[in-house]
Design a protein around this ligand. Structure first.
Ligand code: AMP
Ligand code: GLY
Length: 429
């Protein structure tokens, strides 16, 4: 099969590596990809939101299967377009249609969905400009802190946790009156703050059956001990020690099964990944959010633990045969440390030469924001630059190898967190 992966991050490099390891893969293309994907596949200089160019590339390269990495093309209806295209009657796509992608594309939709299908989540109400006054009054009696969420996609910046009612009211006004998040903030979900430990569970769905993939914990803040600004993710660990068998069983029964049953009841044939962001509140799972895709850097710890043929899993998902497929997961621990450009997640410089990559041989180096220059050097081209994933029999072993790789690679302004996984080692003790 000829396969096309859309996206350009560490997630897509991890997808690409698993894909080329399958005997089912003849040619692999990544659009637009990065320097890492260029070394194992053919990069196509196409943006993942350029639907016309994507369709053309699928025809030109006789693509059989498309895997959509990021959420934007899903929410914008790429999958619907491909499935309805008269020249692509046999195209297989891993990724939900626009209707399914609403789980991520609209917080209001996902909250209503969870309420309708009795999926545990924080109590909430949605407000618009029309009932702003009611929203301000709702805040008056709401327990602190108060969580406010822009309804639409906001590149991970749409959630504000207000410590005071004055701040919550000002935020609500800024979103609804001043359009702080543009169209994405034209509806605002106000919800209860959940206290607990966060983790994510990943599901591959074929519309009828599902497989639960390894769970992961990510480290969202830029600073050690979870301080400073939110980022796309500074590290990840899988498995998660506090997600024991009992807890994961509750997740399957109380969250995964009703989510898939709900999608079916809504007439949504969901083919693709569902990323369930959860809070473990005293042993009970609550859904914080759904994403209609895999996470980044979570994919870089989840995929290395999957021993089954990844292309077979994707094929089974597109053919409604996941019940006939086996998912084999390694019991080893994967730890990913993300190496970023100095200044990220705010302004940072690009084009720095990356050195010492060749000195790393005992971890998987997934490229995120990298590009080749004319001379073949690898340069930084984004905020998150490289992801160092170590797989080991112990959490300690994986942490130490991942960290060593992060310290070995070098470029001007390099930064990484030195505490990835340490909280979980302490949790074990
Ligand atoms: P989201 O974009 O929905 O993942 O939210 C970003 C982050 O805000 C989450 O990863 C949580 O750390 C936090 N968060 C979101 N909703 C809640 C909530 N109801 N209670 C506590 N923390 C939350
Ligand atoms: N690491 C969080 C995400 O991919 O949304």
């Amino acid at each position: 099969m000829n396969i096309l992966i859309l996206g350009s991050g560490g997630r897509e490099h991890a997808f690409a590596l698993k894909t080329i390891q399958s005997p089912h893969c003849t040619n692999l293309y990544v659009a637009p990809g990065n320097a890492g994907t260029a070394s194992i596949a053919t990069n196509l200089p196409i943006g993942y939101n350029d639907f016309e160019a994507i369709t053309q590339a699928i025809l030109t390269h006789q693509i059989d299967l498309v895997l959509v990495g990021p959420e934007e093309p899903l929410v914008n209806g790429l999958v619907d377009l491909l499935q309805q295209h008269p020249q692509l009657p046999h195209i297989k796509v891993v990724g939900p249609t626009r209707a399914g992608a609403q789980l991520e594309g609209s917080k209001d939709f996902s909250k209503q969905f969870m309420q309708k299908y009795h999926i545990p989540t924080a109590a909430s109400q949605t407000f618009t400009r029309q009932n702003l006054e009611e929203g301000l009054a709702y805040i008056e009696t709401h327990a602190l802190p108060i969580v406010l969420k822009a309804d639409g996609l906001a590149a991970g910046k749409g959630v504000i946790i207000a410590e005071t009612r004055t701040e919550a009211q000002a935020t609500l006004r800024a979103m609804l009156e001043d359009q702080k998040f543009g169209e994405a903030g034209s509806k605002v979900v106000i919800e209860q703050f959940l206290r607990g430990i966060e983790l994510s569970v990943f599901v591959l769905s074929d519309g009828t059956h599902y497989k639960i993939l390894p769970e992961a914990k990510d480290y969202k803040r830029i600073g050690e001990k979870d301080t400073g600004l939110n980022t796309g993710g500074m590290g990840a660990v899988s498995p998660v020690v506090f997600a024991d068998r009992n807890f994961l069983h509750k997740v399957e029964e109380k969250v995964v099964k009703p989510t898939l049953a709900g999608l079916q009841a809504e007439g949504i044939a969901y083919v693709g990944f569902i990323f369930v962001g959860l809070m473990n509140v005293k042993g009970e799972p609550y859904v914080i959010e759904y994403n209609a895709r895999m996470g980044d850097p979570e994919t870089e710890v989840v995929l290395p633990r999957i021993q089954s043929d990844f292309v077979e899993l994707m094929l089974a998902a597109t053919e409604q045969k996941l019940d006939q497929t086996e998912l084999v997961v390694s019991s080893q621990t994967a730890v990913a440390t993300v190496v970023v450009s100095g200044g990220y997640p705010e302004d940072y410089e690009k084009g720095k030469k990356i050195e010492n990559l060749e000195k790393i041989d005992d971890v998987a180096v997934f490229h995120a924001g990298t590009a080749h220059d004319q001379a073949g050097n690898v340069l930084t081209s984004g905020g998150r630059v490289l992801v160092m994933t170590a797989l080991a029999n112990s959490l300690e072993g994986a942490v130490s190898r991942s960290q060593k790789a992060a310290s070995t690679v070098s470029f001007e302004g390099k930064y990484y967190r030195k505490d990835i996984g340490l909280d979980l080692i302490r949790y074990n003790d």
